[in-house]
Design a protein around this ligand. Sequence first.
Ligand code: SAM
Length: 278
Amino acid sequence: MDDRLIESHFLKLAHLVETHTGIRMPPSKRLMLEGRLRRRVRALGLDTLTDYGKAIFHDGRLSEEFEHLVDCVTTNKTDFFREPEHFVFLRDHAIPSALRLKRPLDSPIKLWSAAASIGAEAYSAAMVAADVLGRSRVSFSVLGTDLSAQVIADARRAVYALAMADPIPPAYRERFVMVARDARRLEVRIVPELRRRVQFAQMNLMDERYPFDTNFDIVFCRNVLIYFSKPVQAEVLSRLCGHLRVGGYLMLGHSESLAGAGQRSLKQIIPTVFRRVT
Ligand SMILES: C[S@@+](CC[C@H](N)C(=O)[O-])C[C@H]1O[C@@H](n2cnc3c(N)ncnc32)[C@H](O)[C@@H]1O
């Protein structure tokens, strides 16, 4: 049977997704959306995507379904030390530069992974910070945020498939990663000392205000802006920039840029790494 969303349901869903999450849902993404929703159709005990559309748009089940819908439309692919040059930059430039900036006594260097997914980026940054700041009197904290409640729960748990640890440099793996005692489980977990430095919270980059500090030293916002339209990218970048201290660094994903975002307070340092200058 050809199980498809009916046109009007797709258009409503696309509008809803784009307004709430910023994620563009043009007709070219319809097949992908339908594929991901079929799993929800089965989980809900429904027969077809048409039933799903009816349930959320005619039977009042949209609000209870919304969280799952968000999980269906977000792409959560991530890795430890993804785009490794950013972590080299963090180690050799961004953290040493943050150390040179004036800060109140006892105030930590603050990092933010603003589309954290399951936490690999936040923990990678924490490993580098713990390494660089090991003997310094300045400490650090990492905030990881994401729209999806599911990935935030996974990030807090900090348990990963063994193979996911492969890109972690061996010295860091030895220091910050525990392997399950039962070798059959093929799992690793981030050590408690590092987990304590990394907090996670659910947050939508589309929100008009971000309820966090405005003086982050380093912000990662990687591989999420590509899903947004240009005007939404510009708005998000402007808000993120407002949370970055002057002299702090913003890292974007490899296929993202500030082009057209009108961000004059950010200066490009290397491709995809920017410094707030005013
Ligand atoms: C492809 S992952 C990127 C993960 C990590 N930054 C990296 O580069 O490996 C994109 C993440 O952005 C999140 N996301 C999508 N729209 C968002 C929004 N409006 N607000 C916050 N997070 C969002 C998704 O849930 C997903 O976990």
